[in-house]
Design a protein around this ligand. Sequence first.
Ligand code: B12
Ligand code: SF4
Length: 486
Amino acid sequence: MPKLTLSGKIYGTTHEDLVSSEEPVNAQDVMELVEKKRGGSALLINPPASDTVEAEDMDMLTCVEPFGLLRMGTWLRSSGYEVDLLDCLRDPLVGGKLRGPVLKTLPCGNPGEGVEKEIYRYGLDGDGIRRRLNEITQPDFIMITSIFTWHMAVLRDVISACKDVLPAAPVILGGNLPTVCPEESGNLGADAVFVGDVEEARFLPTAIDLMPGEHRTDYVRMIKGCPYECSYCITNFLNNGRVVAREPEDVYEEMLDKHRRCGVDSFVFYDDFVLYRQKRHFDPLIDLVIRERPDFRLEFPLGFSAHVLTEEFVARMRSAGVEVITLALETISETRCRDMNRPHHVREFVRAIDILKAHGYKGRGIRVFYLIGLPGQTLEEILKGILFLLDLGVMPSLTAYTLTPGSRDMERYGERVRGMGLEELSPNLWRFANESMKVRDLDRVYRYFHERFLPVERILGSDTDDPVVGAMQEIARRKGHLPENW
Ligand code: B12
Ligand code: SF4
């Protein structure tokens, strides 16, 4: 059995299996618990979500698999555990109806507009969770993960169902929410709240067989953390400012194994900055793929920074069969770019697009992240950016600006959301909507242009009285979207 070391901290526990003589209880207690119950059983829970209907419509609620939790599954198995998984978002009881009832109604960003949105529960409700837990033999402990901070409310239901049905099993809550907001997480009723990373599990393959059905897509990890510090991002916070990486040969072996054993033909990298020490990690991995020509695809949906895109890099991606290249532009404003501490700007971006096109990437094959709903942004600025991308012949992937605890932006803009709960910082509530960037317009822009590839002529030729399209036509006619006119 590997030596179990946990780098996180544990906040306030009451469960007798976890109680330590010292306060607050530390990670050692969980480690000891895992050691003590070796050969026993563990239940992993992927909780339901609580979000707006926009998140559902844009397919933003969840990944194909809860890969963080599935890595924990492999780790526990390697420590002799029998592991069960309850996936509250994909359980058969959910059936075809992921969206549940309205949990609450919350006002959106610009109070003057008087817009409110419903927050729905997605996935199993308390009764469904209880029903499933009743079918499970009492495990030695339960581990629940979490991803988005605004999904907090539903965690209380999951934890209380666990306490009702399996009272003897200590419930440990971990993942992004406790790491970013340990205090709020400490009030959800779990026996322990785990902050940080389980180092042993960090780079393990996912226990994909815990998921039902066939497994065509899987998630691999080569890099954890990022050397940059963009003001809106919490990667540094989540990783305690560290970047850790794995040998490319190991990553390749993992993919080969998953392909052979489970039939996976697409591997997704959700690494925050996959080009960290590129020559040492990424390039050798891609070269292996080019040389060995395996029967699987690689995907990098979190994108690359334009400044690292060179002729050589793009040629490699082509040869390795990578079909879509994602770039992070985020903003067209120089000032904003500096304020956000972004690693590159428009000049490098245009150069990167030229290289991609020269290598045959175009249209939907070039996906570009562009942030909307930023503090101080206007509809005009947003539309110029979208037109700029469409005019370049690439596909905008609009990302809803989200103010997150632990980010530098929280220090800068926190005062503007003082008194608001975590759920009120849900992306599509557009916290920074203003007179010149209204909630309704942001909703329209998101629906019309997110991951849509349209020629500018089609927008110009559209016969409509829609105010957003009208504003766009006006910008396009005066060529306001071209960088020389910004
Ligand atoms: C994949 C991903 C997505 C996917 C899918 C998300 C999903 N629901 O599965 C998609 C593309 C949909 C997405 C969308 C968005 N995302 Co996103 N996304 C991610 C990403 C890259 C990975 C999430 C994940 O699964 N992590 C896996 C984690 C939870 O597990 P792990 O690290 O492998 O696990 C280790 C530890 O956490 C710990 N651990 C984990 N669980 C447990 C449990 C126990 C008991 C214990 C002891 C330990 C433990 O040990 C593990 C092993 O080492 C994160 C960045 C990140 N690094 O997390 C951003 C992130 C979650 N996204 C973020 C944002 C802002 C967004 C968007 C708003 C982007 C945008 N502007 O459009 C949208 C929002 C969508 C919406 N609802 O409208 C922010 C979240 C901010 C917040 N307030 O919560 C993050 C953190 C990015 C960032 N760096 O700021 N995203
Ligand atoms: S946004 Fe990307 S480049 Fe910036 S700190 Fe986060 S992961 Fe790194």
